[in-house]
Design a protein around this ligand. Structure first.
Ligand code: TRP
Length: 347
């Protein structure tokens, strides 16, 4: 089974991203054929700095590798290296309803937030995202709940394409959304009623994957707790509940087990234990990251190899799509029995 996910090129990955997304990518390597695409073309739909984009792309590549994505077992690549994504975006734009794009939440939010130009790229963002996945006929897309609308759109685009051009066949696979259960619950340390994010309550509420141990300890020591003194999950104890969930996620155990273990502990002791565990969880990632990030040529060669694999898969889909849409020269059919040689178009 093919599993596809797209990752924004930023070095600011936080604990919620790590537990909810990145660690799921790592475990998906055992379930199927993973494709992990760093989406630099999505990143240019809002104002950005070109030199900075390159750096953040390397940061992200190094984080993914440090987390345990293994280029021998999955495909890690840069979106802009595989031209099929943009070509498919254009082809799919003709089966995408304009009004639907204009109503997408992310478009409307960003449109409102934008002081400069609202680019057409921002509007087409979801079509590019659909092309990312559909180009590989991926069955599963592990991304957060916040991507629901994008997933629905890509499913509809695939269905409409198949209905219009498929002649009863599933030319494009309609992918499933796989929402991680755990990461979705990692909340901001300063405001545990909202999800941990890069834009939340600020630095002190968010633990970054690349934070130094000292910084992690400080953030956890300063995490808001609730009234009362019991380490127990409860609706009126969002702060402690969050810390219990974090500890369970990091240990790979159950919140109930954490709760039992710390039933007699005071808040301070409990927070220190959570900090120690989070440091132990992230420190090896940060160390591997430092090493990997220092060798840009090695990162480039991993990305290049990944792009080669990806292109081979995507170009097959594109050949089908072009053929079905009647675009370009009719497809040359491979001569039977002759390994891989292709007939030239009869003259
Ligand atoms: N829009 C996604 C996000 O912001 C990133 C993304 C781009 C993506 N292409 C994708 C996710 C394809 C899943 C599949 O997180």
């Amino acid at each position: 089974m093919r599993i596809f996910s797209g990752i924004q090129p930023t070095g600011r990955k936080h604990l919620g991203n790590y537990i909810g997304a990145i660690s799921q990518y790592v475990s998906s390597q055992d379930r199927g054929e993973g494709l992990f695409c760093i989406v630099d073309l999505h990143a240019i739909t809002v104002p950005y700095d070109p030199a900075e984009l390159r750096e953040r792309l390397y940061d992200t590549t190094a984080i993914l590798l440090a987390a345990g994505l293994d280029p021998a077992r999955c495909t890690i690549f840069r979106q802009s290296d595989v031209g099929e994504h943009t070509e498919l975006t254009w082809l799919l734009s003709s089966v995408t309803e304009l009004g639907r794009l204009q109503r997408m939440h992310q478009f409307r939010d960003k449109e409102l937030a934008q002081r400069e130009l609202v680019s057409a790229g921002l509007l087409l963002y979801p079509v590019l995202q659909a092309a990312d996945v559909l180009a590989y006929r991926a069955a599963e897309v592990p991304v957060g709940e916040d991507q629901r609308e994008h997933l629905e759109l890509m499913r509809d685009v695939a269905r409409r394409f198949n209905a219009r051009y498929g002649g009863g066949e599933e030319v494009l696979v309609v992918p499933e959304h796989r929402i991680p259960e755990v990461g979705a619950r990692i909340m901001d340390l300063q405001d545990p009623t909202r999800k941990m994010s890069t834009t939340g309550s600020g630095e002190s509420g968010t633990v970054y994957v690349l934070d130094e141990p000292k910084a992690i300890e400080k953030k956890l020591a300063g995490a808001v707790t609730d009234s009362g003194s019991e380490v127990r999950r409860a609706p009126d104890k969002p702060g402690i509940t969050n810390l219990i969930e974090i500890l369970a996620a990091v240990r790979g155990s159950e919140p109930d087990a954490v709760q039992d273990e710390f039933a007699q502990a005071r808040y301070g002791e409990f927070k220190a234990a959570v900090a120690a565990e989070v440091v132990g969880y992230l420190a090896p990632v940060r160390e591997r990251y430092e090493e990997l990030r220092a060798d840009v040529p090695a990162l480039e060669s991993i990305l290049e190899e990944g792009a080669g694999h990806a292109r081979a898969m995507a170009s097959e889909t594109l050949a089908d799509v072009r053929e079905r849409m009647g675009v370009g020269a009719p497809r040359a059919t491979p001569a039977r029995g002759t390994s891989g040689t292709v007939d030239t178009v009869p003259g």
